[in-house]
Design a protein around this ligand. Structure first.
Ligand SMILES: O=C(O)CCC(=O)C(=O)O
Ligand SMILES: [Fe+2]
Length: 653
């Protein structure tokens, strides 16, 4: 099925290419213009927002417990006197449903793609949940609603990031990538704000109204182009890509998507990867980082923030609701900041800062509840500490955990393991939210926060010892960043276009066949584009050391690999040894020969140390090799140093 779908796409793209060619031949190549006209810059952002809008409702669902439980407790007529078991269930059934939602979403994700999974499983379950809760006349229907909504949240949160990855172009992927999380925190904030004015029932009915709007938005959004292309709907998939990237780039991306899906489906290393110890070690590291993310208690706080503030005396100066709103706003701002920091400072640095901040703030909160809760001089303390806690979480452990999971898991196991990891994450949320009401009765608030502080402290140690830095391992812009002159003409580089003139040999001069005009050498740069006329004479040395003639082919460009490419790829692409000799044919010898060579070099400052593949770095890390990430320690030359040294050696006179 995949194969026949892909071949349709390849055929179509071949035809498109030919259309471009015939235009070019008639001297009227307008493909660039069409490209620009094809781009609709807002299309992908609006699509991402439309498909991810239900994440707002997921946030409101998570924040609902905090906002609604106080008014449920007051509503004795409907619920009787709520005990801590019942409150724990209201908190815990949502994440329990989410475990189910994230696991079963794998089926619609495969057959109908991420957009329809969100619409059919996410939105429908959430609407059902809000209506059930809003209309309930007793606690049982609230339980049912919480579980159903959890299924919707699990499905939405698993599918939204996939949609964003599939539809956004590389330049905007980072920023659009945080959209699901950003919308979710906004949803938490909205539910805290509305919770200050509305009771449990009206709050859920308002949330339901919003979802109807989200359902309309998602109905008009396009499907994931990747899903379309890999499921035989090539034309529709290409149209979506064309609107985002323009015609020319869309062809390349469509082919890439097709190739990747073929590689993954044929899965050459599928068996091998499960025999490697490194695979299990990276899965283990992911699970522990997720445990740290969740067991430091953030969801205990999100689900019960209002009650925590009401317990601390700060509620006499600011209501519990207001404090919760401040908390969620802090999280929103910090998660936005983390998108900038994560590329600048790396993943492990943010995780360390984050776990250290959580340790200190939880320790402070525990101590406050132990010593100072009745001391009116310290009313400012709980809110300040919780704001620092929320900031510390949202800047590091919140978002960076997911980046680590995406980057550390070997590609071949990612699809299989991801749903389990997401399911495990919800299990931890369930554990924390269900245990919170019990723990606060058994070991009191101070005990709960000291427990969270202990987890965060151990987490800090684990991160320092076991979590590898993965920044830059998967950087799709790596080569663009090394060759910025593509965009910026000021960046220093040794790119060179040379017109080479070989004078005709005068009729009276006799020169033996095979006489050398340009001696054996390799080019110094990354690669050379060589445009030769039809006289000939260029020879290339094969890997067996034999000279073979690179006879000019009309309309083609010869590409020579250069020294820098050889060094960069540790010899995977050896630099081509070549030379130019006097042509064999008498008539060619008496003619002028021209060639044009474009020597392509990266930016001067680029360090040309052998690139290590992401899998080999992780392999080394997992095998316990100390210097697993040694690129930075390398003393390799810069591109400029290499080229200048070669030029100096060649022209010593
Ligand atoms: O003229 C040619 O065909 C080759 C020139 C060349 O190899 C060079 O300039 O590096
Ligand atoms: Fe050359």
């Amino acid at each position: 099925m995949t194969l026949s779908a892909s071949s349709t796409l390849s055929d179509k793209i071949k035809r498109w290419r030919n259309v471009g060619k015939s235009r070019g031949e008639s001297g009227q190549d307008q493909s660039d213009e069409v490209d620009e006209l094809g781009k609709v810059w807002w299309y992908e952002s609006v699509s991402v927002l439309s498909v991810c809008a239900p994440c707002i409702s997921c946030g409101s669902f998570l924040g609902y417990t905090s906002s609604a439980v106080p008014s449920m407790i007051k509503d004795v007529a409907t619920f009787g006197v709520l005990n801590s078991h019942q409150i724990a269930l209201i908190g815990g059934l949502g994440p329990l449903g989410a475990i189910l939602g994230s696991i079963i979403s794998a089926i619609p994700l495969k057959y109908v793609g991420p957009r329809r999974t969100i619409a059919l499983l996410g939105i429908s379950m959430l609407i059902l949940s809000w209506v059930t809760i809003g209309m309930s006349h007793g606690i049982v229907l609230v339980y049912v609603g919480r579980f159903l909504g959890g299924v919707g949240v699990g499905a939405t949160i698993s599918s939204a990031p996939l949609y964003v990855m599939d539809i956004s172009c590389i330049q905007r992927r980072g920023r659009l990538g945080i959209m699901p999380q950003f919308l979710m925190i906004s949803g938490i904030l909205i539910s805290y704000i509305l919770g200050a004015f509305l009771n449990w029932s009206n709050l859920s009915l308002v949330a339901c109204t919003f979802l109807i709007l989200a359902a309309i938005l998602i109905a008009f959004a396009p499907d994931s182009p990747k899903w379309l292309i890999t499921n035989g709907k090539c034309e529709q998939g290409f149209k979506v890509l064309e609107k985002i990237h323009g015609t020319v780039a869309a062809k390349v991306i469509a082919l890439n998507m097709e190739n990747t899906s073929q590689t993954i489906s044929s899965n050459p290393q599928g068996e091998e990867i499960w025999k490697s110890k490194a695979t299990y070690k990276s899965i283990l590291v992911c699970l522990v980082v997720i445990s740290i993310q969740q067991l430091t208690g953030v969801n205990g706080i999100t689900f019960f923030a209002t009650s925590i503030f009401d317990r601390s005396s700060s509620s006499t100066t600011s209501s519990g609701h207001l404090s919760s709103i401040i908390l969620a706003t802090t999280q929103l701002i910090a998660s936005f900041m983390s998108t900038f920091f994560v590329e600048r400072f790396g993943r492990t640095f943010l995780l360390k800062i984050s776990s250290a901040t959580l340790t200190l703030s939880s320790l402070t909160l525990g101590t406050y509840f132990y010593l100072l809760v009745d001391n009116t001089d310290f009313l400012w303390l709980p809110l300040t500490a919780l704001v620092i806690f929320a900031f510390g979480f949202a800047i590091g452990l919140g978002p960076v955990t997911w980046i680590i999971v995406a980057e550390i898991l070997p590609q071949q196991v990612r699809n299989l393991i991801n749903p389990l990891i997401i399911g495990y994450n919800w299990f931890c949320v369930f554990l924390v939210t269900t245990s919170f009401p019990y723990l606060k009765e058994e070991i009191y608030y101070f005990g709960v926060f000291w427990l969270y502080a202990a987890v965060a402290g151990l987490g800090f140690i684990f991160i320092c010892i076991f979590v590898p830095e993965t920044k830059g391992l998967d950087d799709p812009n790596f080569f663009n960043n090394c060759c910025t002159h593509l965009d910026d003409s000021n960046a220093g580089n040794e790119c060179d276009l040379r017109a080479i003139y070989y004078p005709p040999i005068p009729n009276e001069t006799e020169i033996p066949v095979g006489t050398i005009r340009c001696a054996e050498h390799t080019d110094y740069e990354l690669c050379t584009l060589l445009f030769q006329d039809d006289i000939g004479g260029l020879e290339v040395k094969t890997s067996l050391g034999k000279w073979t003639s690179a006879t000019p082919i009309p309309g083609s460009i010869l590409v020579n690999t250069g020294d820098l490419l050889e060094q960069w790829t540790s010899g995977y692409f050896p630099a081509t040894k070549h030379r130019v000799i006097i042509p064999g044919k008498e008539i060619d010898r008496r003619m002028t020969r021209y060639s044009f060579a474009y020597f392509f070099a990266p930016d001067n400052s680029t360090i040309i140390s052998p690139l290590t593949s992401r899998s080999s770095i992780l392999q080394k890390f997992c095998n316990g090799e100390e210097n697993y990430w040694n690129d930075k320690a390398s003393t390799a030359p810069t591109a400029y140093e290499h080229i200048i040294a070669k030029v100096k050696a060649a022209y010593q006179y």
